[in-house]
Design a protein around this ligand. Structure first.
Ligand code: MG
Length: 263
């Protein structure tokens, strides 16, 4: 009992000292070991030989060969976008596709290419999107936009790099149509209470072509084309790709992988 009291007193003292440090800038910790952590040890992950390729612990969502990891959003049948020469291209007759597997928090890598002969303007020019959690049919979920904005004006919270109609991207690092572009995204899913109310909102950080476009943005809810975003309770969800149905040539994808977070 004595020991416990002493220990608690010591912890209280240490906590007090830490607060005092933060407040005064003085340093009362004398042993370097006090602030060193040894357990748990982070898992070893072998990085790819080339930046952007999948590290050893990634789940490969598109390997250039087949769509085994994907299904049609409309009816859950096998996805029928076009796979050719290691590239996945939107099938305009088909509609959105999503992963068969569901995820919570993750790191996602994806590459896309707007065709060099793209036509159209505003939102009808190379429009697709990644739904970071697909919460239902059609466009239900949280969309980070894909669009050709190399020389194409649209509302800024709907251009490439935006969390669609919620967050203007921090920059426009869009490459020319015909060039491959990369998205690297860290997604933290929303958490809901047992009664369906929101406990913590979703957050997203995204790099487009290596440039930070979303910096830990806190989402206001699911993407809505008309009206304000709001949350509806959901659990682990698929990742969905959008077939927007523009008149111009469809866009393509390659090298899609995800690293589910262990928390
Ligand atoms: Mg879109």
């Amino acid at each position: 009992m004595m020991y416990r009291t002493t220990l608690l007193s010591a912890i209280a003292l240490l906590a007090g000292a830490t607060i005092a440090n933060a407040q005064t800038g003085t340093d009362t910790i004398r042993d370097h070991r006090t602030t060193e952590i040894y357990e748990p040890v982070p898992p070893v992950v072998t990085p790819a030989a080339k930046f952007g390729e999948a590290p050893s612990d990634a789940v490969i969502l598109f390997n250039g060969k087949n769509l085994d990891q994907w299904e049609k959003v409309s009816d859950g049948t096998p996805a029928d976008w076009i796979v050719s020469n290691g590239i996945l291209t939107v099938n305009k007759k088909s509609g959105n596709i999503q992963t068969k597997q569901s995820f919570i928090n993750y790191q996602l890598h994806l590459e896309y290419r707007i065709p060099s002969n793209i036509t159209g303007s505003d939102q009808a020019r190379g429009n697709s999107g990644i739904f970071l959690a697909s919460t239902g049919k059609g466009d239900a979920g949280y969309e980070i936009q894909i669009l050709d904005n190399y020389n194409n004006k649209t509302y800024t919270n709907g251009q490439v790099g935006s969390v669609y109609k919620q967050s203007v991207p921090l920059a426009n690092p869009c490459r020319k149509p015909g060039e491959w572009q990369t998205y690297d995204i860290a997604w933290v899913a929303p958490v809901f209470n047992a009664d369906g109310t929101l406990k913590t909102p979703a957050r997203v950080t995204a790099f487009l072509n290596g440039v930070l476009v979303q910096d830990n943005f806190i989402l206001k809810g699911e993407t809505r084309y008309i009206g304000l975003p709001y949350y509806k309770s959901h659990g682990p969800s698929p990742i969905k790709l959008q077939a927007h149905g523009d008149k111009s040539e469809p866009i393509s994808f390659r090298n899609i992988w995800v690293r589910p977070s262990p928390y």
